[in-house]
Ligand binder design. Structure first.
Ligand code: PLP
Length: 438
C-alpha cells in the first residue's frame, strides 16, 4: 500500500463531490469546520440530501447503500412507510405540549416490556442527556459523587464523563478529552480498563465508598463496536451490588443489538439503563430507566432526595410515535434475520480481507459491526487504537467511491430493508477497494 494509491481514492472522491465542496465553502463561514457535530472527515464531509430505505443520496446525486444509519439510529432505514405515516398524522395534530401525552405511556410500556431491568422510564432528547440523568440520579440515590467509566467509552461530551485513560492498561489514569473540563472533575472520575475483570474489580473495590455509579456499554460503540465479555459484565454486576454502587448500562447503541438490548444478550442486568439513537426510530430521543426504587426519586417532592428532571421537548409526541412504531416493526424474527445477515457480512469481510492477506478483526453484536485492520483480537479501546489508520481511511474513502456509506471509523449497521444482495454489494465493493490498493 502506498500513499499514491491512497491519493487515488481521494482524487475520485473529490471528483464525485463538486456540489458538497461548494456548500462546504458557504458552511465554513457560519459553522466551525462547516459542520454541526464533530463528525467531519478527510478530505471533507459530503452533504447528504435524502434517504429512502437503505439508500442515501448526496447533493451531487450520488447514490450509496447506507451501512451507517446515523450511527445505528435507523433500524428500519430511511423514511419507512409506517414511520412516515405516524409522523405525518402526528404533525397535523400538534407536536409539543409541555404536558403529559398518551404517547408517553405507549412508548414507556414498550420499553419496560422489552428491556428486562427497566421498571420505570423517563424520556430525554438525546443519549447524552440519558446518561447524564443516570449519573445524576445515581449520585442522589447513593449520596456519593464519583463515577467509574471505561477507557474509550463515549457517553456524551460533558464534564462528568469526558475522560479517557492514560496508556497504563491495568490502572488507567483519567485524562480529560476536552480542554473545557474543570480540573476539579478529575477527582470525581475513575477509569476502568475494558474486558479486564480482575483489574476492574480491584479498582472498583478500592473506590467502593466513594463511587455512586459504574457506567459501561455492553458493546463499546465509539471504540469500534467492541463486545464486552460476559465475565466482565458479571464481575461489574457483582462488585457494584456488593458495595451499594449503581450499575448503569449505556445502551444508546446496543439497544439495536437484540430484542432486549445488550443486557438481554448477555443476561446481565444493570440498575439503570440509558437509551438513545434507535429508541426514537430516527427522530431525536433518549430515555433512561431502571429499578423502581431508584426511579422513584423522581416521584415525590416530599422526599428529601427528590431529583429534578426537565426538558422542554422531553416526550414530544413526534419522537414518541416514531419510536413506538419502530419498536413494533422490530419483532424477534426481524432481529434474527438481521443477526444472520450481519453475521454473513462479518464472515464475508474476514474472507475478503483474507484473500488479500490483510489482517482484520470484525467486531460487533446483532446488526452492528466494526472493522479493525489489526492482527490481534480487539478486546479494548487500547487495542483498537493500534489500528492501521491509513488502511482504514483508504477503505472508508474507497467504499464511498464504490457506493457504500459506513462511518469513517468503519463502524456500521445493517437495517431491515437490506437483504443478502446489499450485504454482498458491500463485500464486492470491499474486494474492489482492496484489489486496487493492495
Ligand atoms: N452513549 C453512547 C454509547 C453513544 O454512542 C452516544 C452517541 O454516539 C451517546 C451516548 C450520546 O448520544 P447522543 O449523541 O444522542 O447525545
Amino acid at each position: 500500500m502506498t500513499a499514491t494509491r491512497s491519493y487515488r481514492e481521494r482524487a475520485t472522491y473529490i471528483e464525485q463531490s463538486p456540489r458538497s465542496r461548494a456548500i462546504l465553502e458557504q458552511a465554513n463561514r457560519y459553522l466551525p469546520d462547516g459542520v454541526t457535530r464533530g463528525t467531519g472527515w478527510e478530505p471533507y464531509p459530503l452533504f447528504w440530501d435524502r434517504g429512502k430505505g437503505c439508500h442515501i443520496w448526496d447533493v451531487d446525486n450520488v447514490e450509496r447503500l447506507d451501512f451507517f444509519g446515523n450511527n445505528s439510529s435507523l433500524p428500519l432505514g430511511h423514511a419507512h412507510p409506517a414511520v412516515v405515516k405516524a409522523l405525518e398524522e402526528r404533525l397535523a395534530m400538534g407536536v409539543s405540549f409541555h404536558a403529559p401525552h398518551e404517547s408517553h405511556v405507549r412508548l414507556a410500556r414498550i420499553i419496560c416490556e422489552r428491556i428486562k431491568s427497566v421498571e420505570m422510564v423517563r424520556f430525554t432528547n438525546s443519549g447524552t442527556e440519558a446518561t447524564m440523568n443516570c449519573i445524576h440520579v445515581a449520585r442522589a440515590f447513593t449520596d456519593r459523587s464519583k463515577i467509574a467509566k471505561v477507557d474509550g467509552a463515549y457517553h456524551g461530551l460533558y464534564d462528568a464523563v469526558a475522560f479517557d485513560g492514560s496508556t497504563d492498561p491495568d490502572r488507567p489514569v483519567p485524562v480529560p478529552n476536552l480542554p473545557a473540563i474543570p480540573r476539579s472533575m478529575m477527582d470525581e472520575i475513575v477509569i476502568l480498563p475494558f474486558n479486564d475483570a480482575v483489574a476492574a474489580r480491584e479498582i472498583v473495590h478500592e473506590h467502593r465508598d466513594e463511587l455512586a455509579a459504574v457506567i459501561v456499554e455492553p458493546l463499546m460503540g465509539a471504540a469500534g463496536f467492541i463486545q464486552a465479555e460476559k465475565e466482565y459484565l458479571d464481575t461489574l454486576r457483582e462488585v457494584t451490588a456488593q458495595n451499594g454502587i449503581v450499575l448503569v448500562f449505556d445502551e444508546v447503541c446496543s439497544l439495536r443489538a437484540g430484542p432486549g438490548a445488550g443486557q438481554g444478550l448477555f443476561d446481565v442486568y444493570p440498575d439503570l439503563t440509558a437509551l438513545g439513537k434507535s429508541v426514537g426510530g430516527g427522530t431525536p430521543l433518549g430515555a433512561f430507566g431502571g429499578k423502581r426504587e431508584i426511579m422513584e426519586l423522581y416521584s415525590s417532592r416530599e422526599n428529601e432526595r427528590h431529583v429534578g428532571h426537565s426538558g422542554s421537548f422531553n416526550g414530544n409526541p413526534l419522537s414518541m410515535v416514531s419510536g413506538a412504531v419502530t419498536f413494533e416493526e422490530l419483532t424477534p424474527e426481524v432481529y434474527e434475520r438481521l443477526d444472520r445477515l450481519t453475521e454473513r457480512l462479518r464472515e464475508g469481510i474476514r474472507a475478503v480481507c483474507g484473500e488479500f492477506e490483510i489482517p482484520v478483526q470484525v467486531t460487533g453484536l446483532g446488526a452492528l459491526f466494526g472493522v479493525h485492520f489489526n492482527d490481534r483480537l480487539i478486546r479494548s479501546a487500547l487495542e483498537a487504537r493500534s489500528n492501521d489508520v491509513e488502511r482504514r481511511q483508504q477503505v472508508f474513502l474507497g467504499l464511498m467511491n464504490e457506493g457504500i456509506w459506513t462511518s469513517p471509523s468503519l463502524n456500521g449497521a445493517v437495517s431491515t430493508p437490506m437483504g443478502e444482495g446489499e450485504v454482498d454489494a458491500y463485500l464486492t465493493a470491499l474486494r474492489a477497494v482492496l484489489a486496487r490498493n493492495s
